[in-house]
Design a binder for this molecule. Sequence first.
Ligand code: NAD
Length: 288
Amino acid sequence: MIDWKNKFVVVTGAGSGIGRAMAVALVASGARVLACDIVEPALLSLADELGDAVQTHVCDMADPLAIEALGAAAVEQFGTIDAVFANAGVIANGPLIKASVAEFDWVFGVNVRGAWATMSTFARIMLQQDSGGRICVTASEHALGLQHAGAGIYTASKHAVLGLADVLRAELPPNIGISVFCPGLVATDLGNAPRPDGVAVPGERQRALGKAVQSQGMPASLAAQAALDGTARGDFLIVTHANALAAAQRRAAEIEAAFAAQAPASGDVARYDVNRIVSEILAAQKGS
Ligand SMILES: NC(=O)c1ccc[n+]([C@@H]2O[C@H](COP(=O)([O-])OP(=O)(O)OC[C@H]3O[C@@H](n4cnc5c(N)ncnc54)[C@H](O)[C@@H]3O)[C@@H](O)[C@H]2O)c1
């Protein structure tokens, strides 16, 4: 369990919603925060509220070069980076068969490329530190198997986030903790983030629906605290909304039933295990 007091923490998507609440809670716990967002006025208002404990950095999380520059700025400001919350994310609503390529590229650019670039950039920094560090990436309950009809690209992007984090925890040493934050509905402005040229802005009806749904969510402060606590404990999965469990169980049961019917375990089950094969080949190459 780590104590946030005097820790140096980077939070992305800190201008609004969950990220803003993470920054507020971290500062309340005595941490110093580098708050990043694409919307500068939101960062300035956060800095006004929180004072000297917060530095701000305007950054487009869809741009890996900008994220590298963020990493360099964070090291310059703090020296050591104790934790990063890779939290920035966007959603596009509408049925998959009507989604545009621009929407796909935008959502995957921020949610997946951005999450990968943020986790990789800060993992490289933490690998240079004796103290290691903590990386928490915000996915969603949709990563656990809860379909979000009407937000298919978003749902797929959050599965990708879970996949990236899962591989990263296998690739990194244990002194770099990886957590995947999987909240359900949280009362934020999700859906109203600035959109690049070519990505359609939702109509009045869609916006009103989004607002009505989102406003019924868990308070962002509660969700953010769960992310901070889970990261401090070193939990891999951080969950908040019990409704998602039934969906996760349905998926697990579906997988189990498919294997039982189509590929039941018998004989040498490790024969085609790719991890076993790769490590045996590498070990043989090392020995030769
Ligand atoms: N609100 C929910 O119900 C919910 C549920 C599950 C997961 N999430 C996830 O939580 C995270 C935070 O979302 P939120 O609900 O607080 O929404 P939000 O819109 O209130 O906050 C997201 C922040 O990210 C910023 N952002 C958007 N695009 C960016 C970019 N290209 N570069 C940098 N910053 C950018 C926005 O300006 C905003 O300040 C997201 O990853 C979202 O997918 C939200």
